[in-house]
Design a binder for this molecule. Sequence first.
Ligand code: THU
Length: 176
Amino acid sequence: MKKITYSAVFEFHDNYRKFSTEELSLFDMAQNACLQAYAPYSQFQVGAAVLLQNGVMIPGNNQENAAYPSGLCAERVALFYASAIHPNVPVTALAITINYSNTIFDSVVAPCGACRQVAAEYEQKFNHNIRVYLLGRNEKVLVIPSVKTLLPLLFSGDVLKNFGSSSPTDAPASPG
Ligand code: THU
C-alpha cells in the first residue's frame, strides 16, 4: 500500500491592493451580477464573472426555478454563456461572490462540485489554468491558482476519448 498526498496552495488577501485594474473590474462585474441574481426560493444570490484571454468579461448569476432542479448556478451560467459566444477563446479567470439576505458574505464561499467540474472542462479544453477568485466582504479574496486544485481526481473527457479510440474488438458488444 502506498499513500498519495494531495496539497494545494491558496492565497488569502484582506484587501484589493495587489490586484490589477482588470482583476478589479472582474470583481466588480461579479458583485454587480450577484445583486441581479434570480434567487426567490433560496434568497442566496451568487454572482460570477469570467475573464477570457482576449480581455472579454462575461457575467453570470444563479437562476432559480419553481421546479428547483431546473435552476442553474451562477458559475455555470457565466461559463456556458462565455463558451457559447466565444467558443475558441481560453478562459483565464473566474470571480465568484455571494449575497445572502442582503449581506455580501463576510467569508468567501467556494463553488459547488458541479460548477468545479464544468470549469475544469474548459481548463482542460484550452490547456490553460483558470484562476478562481472567491470574493468576501470588505475586500477579502481567496485566490485559487486553477480549477484542478479544487477538484483532485476530476472526471476528465480524456477517459471518453480513450474509449473512442479503442479497437472494435475492445468495444462492448452492440445490443441485438
Ligand atoms: N449556487 C450557485 O449559484 N453557485 C454555487 O456554486 C452553489 C450554489 C446557487 C444555486 C441556488 O440558486 C442557490 O445558490 C442555493 O443553493
